[in-house]
Design a protein around this ligand. Structure first.
Ligand SMILES: [Fe+2]
Ligand SMILES: [Fe+2]
Length: 316
């Protein structure tokens, strides 16, 4: 049951269908090489912040010095790329499984989806190279949740439509972050910013292909089946949210280790509360209010879109 005509009154936008051939052409045009982005004399500048404040939210911790805020911001930069890497590790097998049963149907579709997979593998490699450089030069350990294979296994155990919805939300998230918060922020480290710009360029095509994957998987399903798939979407969301709680603890640990400062119990409480919300907004909340994502939810039924709207404030 795919609602092609009924789009919520609050959006009013027509349904957009993305074309496989056009998406493939664009991805070939914008494609970049790893060495264009990182390595050689392209080094991180640890005197600068990596993440935009709207995502890192370090200014909310008024008990930190300017230098300590910069350190925490860089820890969040490491979290950001590592978690994107973890997500991309389950996107790769998911898209391969999606395309495999229909290799002979539409050559442009197959090529566009395989190009998508190749780009994600390259992004995983890019994020690993970033993490290596971060580890060598940051000065102390920053733990990150994982291993990626275990998280991926738990996510992929869900209904394919549930997984596709999570992937769609995350791909639109990377678009929104770059356009709304990173592109015009001239205070960020140029290398980190360029990394996100290059990632954004290729992700733009992924979000379109994900929209098609969701449409494909939802085709012919009953309202009950779709409701169940959205239940699965929330269940994956809960899994990710638990990961973010753990990640916030790791960030507190990494912050104290890097700065040598022991926060008071009250400061730790504020740190945990504010930084968990920062992580929730970064990895879940941004996507839940994204209009493109919500347009797809609308096509799955206005009731499903409403469930997303109702849950979104928890992650704001
Ligand atoms: Fe990516
Ligand atoms: Fe992607």
């Amino acid at each position: 049951m795919l609602e092609t005509n009924v789009v919520g009154n609050y959006i009013g936008a027509p349904v957009v269908t993305y074309d496989y051939r056009e998406t493939l052409d664009t991805s070939v045009k914008v494609n970049w090489k790893l060495e264009d982005v990182i390595g050689g004399d392209k080094k991180l500048d640890f005197s600068k912040r990596f993440m935009p404040e709207s995502l890192a939210r370090v200014e909310e911790l008024s008990f930190l010095t300017e230098h300590e805020k910069t350190i925490l911001n860089q820890i969040k930069g490491n979290t950001y790329l590592t978690i994107f890497g973890i997500v991309e590790e389950f996107i790769v097998p998911f898209v391969l499984d999606h395309v495999r049963p229909s290799l002979n149907e539409d050559d442009y579709r197959v090529r566009a989806l395989l190009q998508f997979v190749g780009e994600e593998v390259k992004h995983i490699q890019l994020f690993k190279l970033f993490c290596d450089e971060f580890r060598q030069n940051f000065g102390s350990e920053c733990k990150v949740i994982g291993p990626a294979a275990d998280i991926g296994k738990a996510v992929l155990a869900h209904d394919p439509l549930s997984v596709a919805l999570v992937i769609l939300m995350i791909e639109w998230t990377s678009q929104a972050h770059y356009i709304d918060s990173i592109k015009d922020d001239n205070n960020l480290d140029p290398l980190f910013k360029s990394l996100l710009r290059n990632h954004w360029m290729e992700e733009a095509q992924h979000a379109k292909l994900d929209t098609r994957m969701v449409e494909h998987l939802a085709e012919g399903l009953t309202a009950e089946q779709i409701e169940k798939a959205v239940d699965g979407f929330f269940s994956i969301g809960e899994l990710l949210d638990n990961g973010l709680k753990q990640q916030t603890e790791f960030e507190l640990e990494a912050f104290e280790l890097a700065t040598g400062r022991t926060l008071t119990e009250n400061e730790r409480k504020v740190f945990r509360e504010r930084q968990l919300q920062s992580n929730r907004w970064t990895f879940i909340g941004t996507g839940m209010v994204n209009q493109k994502f919500l347009q797809t939810m609308d096509r799955l039924g206005v009731a499903q879109r409403k469930r997303i709207n109702e849950a979104a404030p928890i992650f704001s």
